[in-house]
Design a protein around this ligand. Structure first.
Ligand SMILES: NC(=O)c1ccc[n+]([C@@H]2O[C@H](COP(=O)([O-])OP(=O)(O)OC[C@H]3O[C@@H](n4cnc5c(N)ncnc54)[C@H](OP(=O)(O)O)[C@@H]3O)[C@@H](O)[C@H]2O)c1
Length: 167
């Protein structure tokens, strides 16, 4: 099993506001779907609630770290990071960390790669991803040409972790 994160950031590494995304960019949605379809995705509870009708992503196994007391039968529910890490360890293949801010932060040391879609705009974010350009642990190993979509200029980038923590 390998753990990867996938995130869309604005020019300040902002990722969300009012428990929603900053932008709606079809090319990025398609990229996210292609990367994660058929795989396991893991997330924080607020991210699950931010989906349409609070429903999990179709065609993927959804593991969600929830506050105590939350019961769901449509996702794999865990309540602690220890439980989350042991669920992830059971998986074969790629596991994608899909947000939000709090959960991304806890999982970053375990991610061997992070797929960052960079949007050249200020989305007035309330929550942020760690700035990987300032991180001693991560190198940018791929940057696409700029693409214009949804009224924004975006770039697909990949960062590699030089010191991934073993699960
Ligand atoms: N741009 C992007 O690519 C992207 C992707 C996904 C989400 N987002 C955005 O991110 C925002 C949501 O982020 P968020 O930080 O508010 O929520 P979150 O990480 O999705 O979820 C937080 C919830 O999950 C639990 N949780 C998360 N990490 C935990 C940990 N390490 N240990 C224990 N419990 C944990 C918390 O439980 P407790 O309440 O018990 O603390 C809390 O209830 C939204 O605006 C969303 O749209 C952006």
């Amino acid at each position: 099993m390998t753990v990867k994160a996938i995130v869309a950031v604005d020019e300040k590494w902002g990722i969300g506001k009012k428990n929603g995304l900053l932008f709606s960019i079809p090319r990025d949605m398609r990229f996210f779907k292609e990367k994660t379809m058929g795989k396991t995705v893991c997330m924080g509870y607020n991210t699950l609630l931010s989906f349409p009708d609070g429903k999990p992503l179709k065609g993927r196994k959804n593991i969600v770290i929830c506050p105590e007391g939350v019961k769901r039968d449509d996702v794999v529910v865990v309540y602690t990071m220890d439980e989350m890490l042991s669920e992830i360890k059971k998986e074969d293949g790629e596991v994608f960390v899909i947000g939000g801010a709090m959960f991304y932060k806890s999982m970053l040391p375990y991610c061997d790669e992070v797929f960052v879609t960079k949007v050249s705009a200020d989305g007035n974010a309330e929550v942020f991803y760690e700035n990987l350009d300032d991180s001693a642990s991560f190198d940018c190993v791929f940057e696409s040409e700029p693409i214009i979509d949804g009224g924004y200029e975006i770039k697909f980038t990949t960062y590699k972790n030089k010191s991934t923590s073993v699960l």
